[in-house]
Write a protein that binds this ligand. Sequence first.
Ligand code: DC
Length: 224
Amino acid sequence: MNIPDIIIAIDGYSSTGKSSFAKVIAKEFSFLYLDSGALYRGVTLFAIENGFISDDNTIDVPELTSAMNGLDLHFGPQGTYIGERCIEKEIRGLAVAGKVSPIATVPQVRAFVDSKLREFGKKKRIVMDGRDIGTTVFPQAELKIFMTADPMVRAQRRAAEMPGASIEDVLKNLEERDYIDSHREVSPLTQAEDAVVLDNSDMTMQDQVEWLKALISERFSINQ
Ligand code: DC
């Protein structure tokens, strides 16, 4: 299938399979995949390790903001890095998951991450997933998908990736994150007006890819 040079923005609730879907699409269409949540997770790890966020999630915003000037957070061959250190494993654990939503409410953090993300948008042929890609980061994206799925289905999928974590804890974390992400003042998680909803509760990955191909064919008048 001949895909035009577009930006595909995928937003939606936590653990709806946005990144798995985005990775498959990127491979299928030879697009560059960018995981915006990984950058919020990277800033969160940095804040935890440097004592800018307390156990009760109080954030020292001035200290964090000034320290971010020297934060070399970027993507590399194995995922997300701070300088030369690959942080992919650390940013996927519950310690970071429990603090990332509060960190992502800080406007200075959002500005820091947005500036990195927008650099990539100059290239096109990218698929980026997150919470505000179609609304704030790339409002001009040619294709916007808003993903959702039943909360229990989402918790089961996420728990399967986290050995030792109970479904109850994972579900609680998901619901807390959904609430904070949807209610924060800056760039809350909302469906862009021109986004197409994908509820994948009962869909396989193959179903989702077929669904997207049909959507692209129709939208851009391409013969599959
Ligand atoms: O997609 P994820 O679960 O890795 O995202 C981690 C957190 O980062 C999520 O709880 C909210 C935040 N986030 C955001 O606020 N905006 C984005 N574009 C991506 C993620």
